[in-house]
Design a protein around this ligand. Structure first.
Ligand SMILES: [Zn+2]
Length: 175
């Protein structure tokens, strides 16, 4: 199953990356005054549902051993810092574009670009989860105690010297 997930994660990651790019292109097109809502509905919305399914499957596997409140951190744990930052920036952009019209006294979401931009936050998350699925093994193997001994993913203390786990992986295992 793990191998299957890792193989499946490659096309999911590639398509999610494409989804983010398409969403941005449609937004640019829409800002330039051409309607892009139809293409968004036809391409990007179904894509969210199609890629959402394997992502749920990946997330379940990535977060199985972790506490609920650490689920996002666990699911994205193997992503480099810049990747997580980019995902949060995209989510922030979507949020801002949705609520910005309120500043001018319009209804939230009435800015057309927020519609074409909206799917990009899903795709950014899918991308991160797929990336994490591919790289989690290597990331988990890097876990060390404070003295640098290799320890298992769920260990809180080192079996060799008893020192606590080094804080780097930043997610607490489930008790
Ligand atoms: Zn140790």
């Amino acid at each position: 199953m793990k191998r299957l997930r890792q193989i499946l994660a490659y096309p999911v990651m590639a398509l999610s990356g494409l989804g983010v790019v398409c969403s941005f292109i449609f937004t640019a097109v829409s800002l330039a005054g051409y309607p892009a809502e139809k293409s968004t509905v036809r391409l990007l919305f179904p894509g969210v549902f199609i890629l959402g399914l394997p992502t749920i499957f990946f997330m379940n596997a990535l977060t199985a051993d972790f506490k609920q409140r650490d689920a996002w951190k666990a699911a994205l744990r193997a992503c480099p810092h810049w990747m997580r930052l980019t995902a949060w920036v995209i989510i922030g952009l979507v949020f801002v574009s949705f609520f910005l019209p309120v500043v001018w006294g319009n209804k939230p979401g009435s800015f057309t670009a927020s519609f074409t931009l909206f799917p990009s936050d899903f795709y950014a998350i899918f991308f991160g989860v797929a990336y994490s699925t591919i790289h989690a093994d290597r990331f988990d193997a890097r876990r060390r105690c404070l003295n640098g001994h290799r320890i298992s993913l769920l260990a809180k203390f080192c079996e060799e010297c008893g020192a606590p786990a080094a804080p780097e992986p930043m997610v607490e295992p489930r008790d």
